[in-house]
Write a new protein. Sequence first.
Length: 225
Amino acid sequence: MLLTALAIVLVVFMPRGVSVDVGAVTIYIEDDECNVSAEFCYDPDLEVEAGPLWVRLEGGDIPLGTVNGTVFAILDEEQFAEIVREEEISVHGTVSYRSMIGTRHEKKIDTMVDLSFLGEVLSGIEIENVTLSTRFPLITVVDFDLTAEMEREVNIFASNTEATISNGVSEGKIDLRHLELTSDGVGHGKVEMPTTTLLALGLWGRNVTVEAWGLDAEFVFPFTS
């Protein structure tokens, strides 16, 4: 009788499926590499611990590392842009959890994780306190503060990477020397670009779009002639 009751308890309290939601996200881009870390929240929450996990992308599976309940992955620009474009990722692997009676079990998972908010994280950007300087002939350095309405806990840091800037008429490449935007919606940036690019952007319209790593921000260009 005792064994039968135990078996029934195990069946009742063993989850049929484990889904994953995402909490705080930190994106750190440097040169041609992106380190993305995220807090995974599991449902049902039965003291779940991540085992080996992978993200399934077009080019193959990417392993996820785990540190204190946070998972992370090292991605290139194409891989990260794919995640932003598709708005969700397929995560598969193994998790372990403690049941209601205290025993620990392992379970394979294969679930979709919603990341649609990443594509919106730079919406509503406002550029403030812009200053110009020069570095060598014909290179303009732009320092600025920025604010954004952040609906999710996302922190973005980038350095020494390339971005595309356009205004619908002209387009050019800029060097993103430094960018930080924290989840409280404030940040700072520094870019370098050919002075000719700056002048061309200022000739047409007031709205410009900056795109890098699948993320884009549209804002009012502060140097319209």
